[in-house]
Design a protein around this ligand. Structure first.
Ligand SMILES: Cc1cc2nc3c(=O)[nH]c(=O)nc-3n(C[C@H](O)[C@H](O)[C@H](O)COP(=O)(O)OP(=O)(O)OC[C@H]3O[C@@H](n4cnc5c(N)ncnc54)[C@H](O)[C@@H]3O)c2cc1C
Length: 489
């Protein structure tokens, strides 16, 4: 008999897992707290789709090439839908490496340029077209059901909806995202999920824009990224002539005034690489400044000492492992886990212990690698920004991260193998740590580091004090103007 499967959450992981499961012949019920996307195709889902359950919905997303590769393999109709929706596919490697150096494997660096809303909408439309997926939406899951005491690990037998209804299921997929309450419900039921956590110590202040018609700025140049003394900036190409810009700061910088549009714009204008992109002659904002902090790297383990801590439940997407969003790995990993979950169900649907172990075997080493790399990159940034001394036991790892962040990155325009290594890393074409485990790449990156040490430093924008001054001055001016005009500040 086919198992009854409930998918908690209809974000990237939940939609992909549901599609993967029906593809293997398993019908699912997908429960999502937010309303469906607007039916009117003329409305921009970025503004019109109410996604309170996904606080990052309007924050910038870049989808690494692994996301596209996985969709091509497991759900090609999603790529067709993206194309039909007018989403561009771009091979960034090929935009900066001359054609005579291309290899067939470089195809793996093709990405889709979409805002989160467009990417998720294509997944959603494909899931809605599947008769095997029943949507209960909007509906909130309020708890888990457990089997009465039995031998072996505790067994989940369904979900309790917020209105008290119970939905029996042989398998629940927790696709509730980084804020999923499932681990709390498990803890309340006495199930311990071993968890590693590290604070990313970063706050996003971001804004989306649309190019003005006839704007001459080359879209490829939108992939800007740089680090100032107290701020990191990142550009994100989007769909339909849009792009996002993110200013990322450490919470200790106290740059909260960046939440105001006038202050954010003054800061962005002071960074030469960003100034042209926010010039009204080139682009118009889509909405105000979107802010998000509280990011954490989190890795939950559902198999401990070779045994599942719970059966009848698989955690997929951010519910299993969350990394710093700035590295752009979350969506690709959500798809990785989602399709692995569908395969584990197909291989072991009658044996919940074997299913949990197979899912863990398929995902653990990659989840560990992205968690470790994301947490290490964060520590490198935090030591640099706060001036905190690197502890003895973290020095080798910090040296390794410097090799990637500076040694590999410095060679992307001059050394085709370093370009490939860099693109593999950011696009997750292979495990996150593979690049730096390659001795040839390490040699070339070391060589670059030596050359960098001898070169004069390049200023990308204002230093800490100058930026603070720009922010405080712009903020005071903006508040004065708002007061004079009688609008709330
Ligand atoms: C600021 C920010 C920027 C990011 N940028 C990038 C990027 O550039 N590239 C990238 O790859 N990743 C990025 N990410 C990460 C990416 O958004 C996540 O990895 C991805 O959304 C994970 O998918 P998910 O399905 O696990 O969770 P989500 O997409 O968050 O979906 C969870 C779903 O579960 C629903 N839900 C939760 N609880 C319940 C409940 N009790 N009942 C019913 N429904 C429920 C929610 O409403 C939501 O729809 C970013 C994240 C943040 C925070």
């Amino acid at each position: 008999m086919k198992p009854r499967i409930a998918v908690l959450g209809g974000g990237i992981a939940g939609l992909a897992a549901a599609i993967g499961l029906v593809r293997h012949g398993y019908p699912v019920t997908l429960i999502e707290r937010d309303p469906p996307p607007p039916a009117d195709p003329g409305l921009d889902p970025f503004l019109a789709w109410k996604r309170r359950g996904v606080p990052q919905f309007r924050l910038p997303h870049g989808f690494s090439a692994r996301a596209r590769t996985l969709l091509a393999a497991h759900a090609p109709e999603v790529l067709d839908q993206l194309r039909a929706d007018g989403i561009e596919e771009v091979n960034v490697f090929k935009t900066f490496v001359p054609p005579e150096l291309w290899e067939p494997s470089d195809e793996e660096f093709t990405v889709v340029w979409a805002r989160r809303s467009a990417f998720e909408l294509a997944l959603r439309r494909c899931a809605e077209a599947e008769p095997g997926i029943t949507f209960r939406c909007p509906e909130v899951v309020g708890g888990l059901l457990f089997a009465p005491e039995e031998s072996g690990p505790p067994r989940v037998t369904g979900v309790r909806l917020a209105d008290g209804q119970e939905l029996a299921a042989d398998l629940v997929l927790d696709c509730g995202g980084g804020r999923s309450r499932v681990s709390r419900w498990l803890a309340a039921a006495g199930v311990t999920v071993p968890t590693d956590t590290q604070d990313c110590q970063t706050v996003y202040f971001s804004r989306y824009y649309r190019f003005t018609p006839g704007c001459a700025l080359p879209k490829n140049a939108m992939l800007v990224r740089g680090e100032l003394e107290s701020l990191m900036y990142i550009g994100f190409p989007g769909d339909h002539d849009t792009f996002g810009l993110c200013l990322e700061v450490h919470p200790s910088e106290n740059l909260q005034p960046l939440r105001n549009t006038w202050t954010w714009e003054a800061a962005a204008r002071s960074i030469p690489a960003l100034a042209p992109w926010i010039d009204p002659a080139n682009a118009t904002p889509l909405d105000g400044v979107q802010i998000m902090g509280g990011h954490h790297n989190v890795r939950r383990r559902f198999v401990a000492d070779g045994r599942p801590v719970v059966t009848g439940l698989l955690a997929v997407g951010d519910a299993l492992c969350t990394t710093n969003p700035a590295y752009g790995w979350g969506a690709s990993m959500a798809l990785t886990y989602a399709f692995a979950a569908a395969e584990a169900v197909a291989a072991h649907h009658g044996d919940p212990v074997a299913m949990a172990l197979a899912y863990d075997a398929a995902t653990a080493s990659e989840a560990d690698a992205v968690y470790r790399e994301s947490a290490a990159m964060d520590r490198a940034r935090i030591y640099r920004i706060t001036g905190e001394e690197v502890p003895e036991d973290d020095r080798a790892e910090m040296e390794r991260q410097r090799l990637i962040a500076e040694g590999v990155a410095a060679g992307i325009l001059t050394d085709v193998e370093l370009s490939r290594a860099f693109c593999r890393r950011i696009n997750l074409a292979g495990p996150a740590d593979a690049v730096i485990n390659n001795p040839e790449i390490v040699l070339r990156a070391r060589d670059n580091l030596r050359q960098l040490a001898a070169a004069p430093a390049v200023e990308l924008g204002p230093g800490r004090e100058e930026l603070r001054e720009i922010v405080l001055t712009a903020d005071a001016r903006g508040e004065d103007r708002a007061r004079l005009e009688g609008s709330p500040v």
